[in-house]
Design a protein around this ligand. Structure first.
Ligand code: GAL
Length: 422
């Protein structure tokens, strides 16, 4: 009797375990079957382009379930940490947002975490559909690892047109003009420059535009190969100009993010801000402002003819169970239709050379033309110029610099961080 009872208990236990493990397997299967698309495009000014792209994919492939796995936080402030734990924990997303350049090549490709996708480029005939400079940014040792969905420009100065007109001011093109305009605005009680460095990358982005404006493209590029030192007099001059600009920012900069800072300009509480052209998506889609009526745009001081490139790209991580479906998604993202669905809303320009220019507003049209004729330089703040480890140190140094304004201390921190670039 007792033995019979034990056998019965054992039987029930085995049955329960089997049910339990088959449930886990099917859950896993469901999870793996879904294409989870990982990015940091959530909320105001960020997600409209992605949503349009996902809708287009669902129209084309209704049988492939997708999941928008975005993690909030500008420039990937939080997403990059979540991504790292997923990638290193053997749970890669089906595909994820990654900047072309160092972030992709020295990061995930060097770590052996990405599959080359040259075959996809061949199948889709993409060899001459993306500018060679962009293909180079997503390639390592002849292998291509991702597909650029866009090109954002980092060196844009946005300004409130009404404030400028009412005060008889012209958008500044040089640092001298910037300070003249800033003084005039300050005298009228208007905050000249909006900054929202609650997430420090925004200050890093402002700083890198000053570097480009002071040094020019060639010397700017030398910084990231270790061929120009951060204690070079010209680089120190850039740090001095950057601190001087900080004399003109809103007092509450440390409690605002990039959207909150852009909002100050849209509302006319501040006159200018320096931000990538995702700000245009925010001005137009979220704040309902009109390009060239409510707000204007110009390259940041000293950077006429120069283009700070930020490219968001998506690739194929190693170890995903649905590689064919991922490639379907990448093929839509890399198509003319996909690029035009995404970029018209995002504020960026299409990465493809044959997109439909007529779909873009005046800002987009101007930027498409500028890209063709400008000197290109990669953004540090957005991961293309140097590896993530260095960028983390720069963001920390900048964060201290913004409050302490100690050029010598900042120069020392940057010089020692840059030792790893050689
Ligand atoms: C950049 C990204 C842009 C935009 C921006 C603000 O790193 O390339 O697409 O999302 O961050 O979050």
């Amino acid at each position: 009797m007792k033995k019979g009872f034990m056998v019965f208990v054992l039987f029930v236990f085995v049955l329960a375990m089997t049910a339990c493990s088959s449930k886990t397997d099917s859950d896993k299967k469901d999870k793996n079957a879904k294409l989870d698309i990982f990015s940091w495009w959530t909320g105001a000014g960020e997600e409209d382009g992605l949503k349009a792209l996902l809708e287009l994919f669902e129209e084309k492939y209704p049988d492939v379930p997708i999941e928008n796995a975005a993690v909030a936080g500008g420039a990937g402030t939080n997403a990059k940490a979540v991504l790292a734990s997923r990638m290193n924990g053997g749970d890669p997303p089906a595909t994820f947002q990654v900047h072309g350049g160092a972030e992709l090549n020295e990061g995930w490709v060097a770590a052996g975490k990405m599959e080359p996708i040259n075959d996809l480029y061949e199948d889709e005939g993409w060899g001459d559909k993306f500018p060679q400079d962009l293909i180079d940014m997503v390639s390592k040792d002849g292998k291509i690892y991702s597909v650029p969905v866009n090109i954002h420009r980092g060196n844009v100065l946005w300004y409130n047109k009404h404030v400028f007109e009412e005060n008889g001011l012209e958008a500044p093109t040089t640092f001298d003009e910037f300070f003249e305009v800033a003084d005039a605005l300050k005298a009228k009680g208007i905050t000249p420059l909006a900054l929202g460095d609650k997430e420090p990358w925004t200050a890093t982005q402002l700083y890198e535009t000053v570097l480009l404006g002071v040094l020019g493209t060639d010397d700017y590029l030398k910084l990231w190969t270790g061929d120009l030192s951060f204690d070079d007099p010209k680089v120190v001059e850039a740090a001095e100009i950057f601190t001087k600009m900080l004399d003109y920012i809103n007092e509450d900069h440390a409690s605002r993010n990039w959207q909150d800072a852009s909002q100050l300009v849209a509302d006319g509480e501040a006159a200018m801000n320096v931000m990538g052209d995702w700000a245009k998506g925010y001005f137009v889609n979220d704040l309902k402002k009109v390009v060239n009526e409510d707000f204007g745009y110009i390259t940041t001081p000293g950077t006429d003819g120069k283009f700070m490139v930020i490219t968001d790209t998506f690739g194929l991580p190693k170890g995903v169970s649905n590689a064919d479906d991922v490639k379907k998604f990448l093929s839509v993202l890399g198509s003319v239709e996909g690029q035009d669905a995404f970029n018209v809303l995002k504020g960026s320009i299409p990465a493809r050379v044959d997109a439909d220019v007529s779909k873009y507003d005046q800002y987009g049209k101007d930027t498409i033309e500028d890209f063709k004729v400008s000197e290109l330089s990669p953004s540090l703040a957005h991961g293309s110029a140097a590896a993530e480890g260095f960028l983390t140190k720069v963001n920390q140094a900048i964060n201290i610099f913004v409050t302490q304004k100690d050029v010598k201390q900042f120069t020392d921190s940057m010089t020692s961080a840059a030792a790893e670039l050689k």
